[in-house]
Design a protein around this ligand. Structure first.
Ligand code: FES
Length: 348
């Protein structure tokens, strides 16, 4: 995993294309990165000068370290700076607005929408590591929301809808949360809206956005969240079998444990499911594509979750989905151990 410094902030990424990394952080490439607008201007003397740079930038600018981002690769330790406004899409007019927050211990995505999403910005979640996490999280969401209001000429949101895992929901609320999905007064959380709607989540790692994906896919489907906290959910007609693992660095042993967990989930069905994978470690599950149809949704997962949030039927669907979940035991079960031994010996 590479460490980069973007506008003074450390970020960690598996991706190698600078464009993919910046898009993941909510930036919009004016011409889609086709190399025809010359607007994706960043500053970093570490980057090589390419034909694209000399086509759009003066030699003085190149000398000062200006480059265009869309044709560059990101190497370990790369430092870049840029003006955020250069990467902003033109704001469309909104009829009204809601703010959508999708967050877990790794990422915080904040979006603005009316009937459709207008923009989603994705950030690394550094807040959870610091002190005063509750205060900092509330002010981070408020600050980013206000930036979006300004850009879209809105005064306030009707609702802030929050899809979180247990840890982040409790951090935002400053108290424990049973995950049934509450409507709260926004002023209590110091957020700039009339109301805050917390979407239902299930166990520790079965976050609200993961539930949204479970609801979205028809049985038989296997949904995998491949992040530091892993969750797998096998959607069958009646039941949903889930299994989760925490705090992963995706070492060889952990990859064998993940393989065992996925095989254990797959052993619960005779019908081959379509497999949907998202998260920063989605490539750790490429082995599944040998035998299954696998759809990787890593780039768009947060936006897709955000799109789902304002479906009117969603709360009842999520609560029903929550009831259907059976959590499978992991390492403590004999069956999982058998799959682990097979996976650890499997060289593929
Ligand atoms: S985004 Fe248009 S040239 Fe890079």
């Amino acid at each position: 995993m590479n460490k980069l410094y973007v506008n003074g902030k450390e970020i960690y990424t598996d991706k190698t294309k600078l464009k993919d990394i910046l898009i993941e952080h909510g930036l919009h490439f004016p011409c889609g990165g086709k190399g025809i607008c010359g607007k994706c201007r960043i500053k970093s003397k570490q980057l090589p000068v390419t034909d694209l740079d000399t086509r759009f930038l003066s030699s003085d600018m190149v000398e000062q370290g200006y480059r265009l981002a869309c044709d560059k690769d990101a190497a370990q330790g790369l430092t870049i700076d840029f003006e955020k406004s250069l990467f902003s899409p033109v704001a469309r007019k909104l009829e009204y607005c809601n703010i959508i927050v999708v967050m877990d211990i790794q990422k915080i995505a904040i979006g603005i929408s009316d009937d459709e999403i207008a923009e989603v910005r994705v950030f690394e979640n550094d807040i959870i590591k610091g002190e005063n996490a509750t205060v900092n999280l509330r002010s981070f969401i408020a600050k980013e929301s206000i930036e979006l209001f300004e850009k879209y000429s809105m005064a306030k949101a009707d609702t802030v809808a929050v899809a979180a895992d247990k840890k982040m929901a409790e951090t935002l609320l400053g108290k424990s949360d049973d995950g049934y999905g509450d409507m709260l007064e926004a002023w209590e959380l110091l957020l700039p809206a009339e109301a805050v709607y917390m979407l239902p989540f299930a166990e520790e790692n079965i976050s609200a956005e993961f539930l949204c994906f479970l609801v979205k896919h028809q049985a038989p489907a296997l949904v995998i969240k491949a992040d530091k906290n892993f969750a797998g959910g096998l959607v069958m007609e009646k039941d949903i079998f889930c299994l989760s693992l925490n705090n992963l660095s995706y070492s060889a042993e952990e990859r064998a444990a993940l393989k065992a967990s996925v095989k254990y989930l797959l052993s619960k069905t005779d019908r081959p499911p379509v497999i949907y994978v998202y998260g920063s470690f989605a490539n750790a599950f490429e082995f599944l594509s040998k035998e299954h149809s696998v759809a990787i949704m890593d780039e768009t997962a947060y936006e897709t979750a955000a799109q789902t949030i304002f479906d009117n039927r969603l709360k009842s669907l999520l609560l029903k989905c929550r009831k259907r979940i059976s959590l499978l035991p992991g390492a403590e079960s004999d069956q999982w151990q058998e799959f682990f031994i097979l996976s650890a010996n499997d060289r593929d």
